[in-house]
Unconditional design. Structure first.
Length: 347
């Protein structure tokens, strides 16, 4: 009860609490160490999450399913890990639904770089390479508690990128689920391989909106700094809309532009596309352009790619963030969806 102002304040506190809890859920998962937080552990966390809400369900798929689906890019990354991969598909389906939104999350529970091995000090913090996956899970949690009027899917590719006698190699050519062939030039450009197959699967769900989130490139951190995520995609309007509608979440985003000169850099002489650009410059954008190769024409303008590599994990505290995982992407996406719901209802 109380005056309209008090009601408004209570509502604000309640909404803020839900969003904070959703972000904290993501942070806890990202902070968990790689020995414990394997792809199977991520799958069981998704099952527990789904069991807490009547309108959330989950499907977990193993390596046999990935083989059936020709997810050979995803499977290649997993090859030298002692832990089997998992494709995790969470679904939040409310009574009334304005649009179908599919989030795709990069779930590298550990990234050693594979045969293109990372130096030791770059390997440290790579437990955070699952930040996109945990953000997608946090969004499902938040959406269910906020009762958002969207059917929301989270599609997550969970695997480690490890090293061994059976590792996939620079020089390999992989045939992805969508039929696009990929020349491997660097096994540490593995996130985009997992995402390629997961984005293919996600488009079969016929999304009205498709958003992938990934700690994808060091180049994005070099370009934008540690506090800002990159927004990429083909639709200027959609990129601007996400930036504007998510602004009051306090999360920082910069729009990075695609262009055809950079597209040249991921050409391969032996496959449809190379997983590593021929120049080290513009690496965040060339990674986005690589993903664009796997987006069908009818979804080109409905797709956003969020490179969250900078702010996903902090080695020292800043602002109101403690050191460690930040849960970046969760609140921004929930604010965006809330504002979008209002816009669609008012239309």
């Amino acid at each position: 009860g109380g005056s309209p102002d008090v009601q408004k304040m209570n509502y604000g506190v309640q909404q803020g609490t839900v969003m904070a809890n959703a972000a904290n859920f993501a942070r806890d998962g990202v902070n968990e160490i790689p020995e414990i937080y394997t792809p199977e552990k991520m799958a069981s966390e998704a099952e527990i999450l789904a069991s807490n809400y009547d309108d959330v369900s989950v499907k977990i798929y193993d390596e046999d399913f990935l083989r059936e689906q020709n997810m050979n890019a995803f499977l290649a990354v997993n090859r030298s890990s002692a832990h089997p991969p998992r494709l995790i598909h969470l679904i939040y389906k409310p009574q009334r639904c304005l649009k179908r939104v599919v989030f795709v999350g990069k779930g590298l529970t550990y990234d050693s770089g594979g045969l293109s091995l990372k130096p030791s000090d770059y390997m440290l913090t790579m437990k955070s390479d699952k930040s996109g996956a945990l953000a997608a899970m946090g969004i499902i949690k938040g959406a269910a508690e906020l009762e958002l009027p969207f059917e929301i899917h989270a599609v997550i590719g969970a695997t480690e990128n490890m090293i061994g006698g059976d590792s996939y190699k620079p020089d390999d050519v992989l045939l992805s689920r969508s039929g696009v062939s990929i020349e491997v030039r660097n096994t540490d450009a593995e996130g985009r391989l997992v995402l390629a197959d997961c984005l293919s699967y996600a488009q079969d769900l016929e999304p009205g909106l498709l958003i992938d989130m990934a700690t994808l490139t060091g180049a994005c951190v070099v370009g934008l700094g540690e506090y800002t995520s990159g927004i990429m995609g083909n639709s200027e309007e959609l990129k601007r809309k996400f930036k504007d509608l998510s602004d009051c979440s306090g999360e920082l985003f910069s729009i990075l532009e695609f262009n055809d000169y950079l597209r040249e850099l991921i050409k391969s002489s032996i496959a449809d596309v190379s997983n590593c650009a021929s120049s080290r410059y513009g690496g965040a954008i060339t990674a986005g352009l690589f993903l664009d190769k796997f987006i069908k024409d009818e979804y080109k303008d409905k797709w956003l790619h969020l490179d969250i590599a900078g702010p996903a994990y902090l080695e020292k505290a800043w602002g109101y963030y403690a050191a460690g995982a930040t849960g970046v992407g969760v609140r921004a996406s929930l604010y965006f969806l809330q504002a979008l719901a209002k816009e669609l209802k008012d239309a």
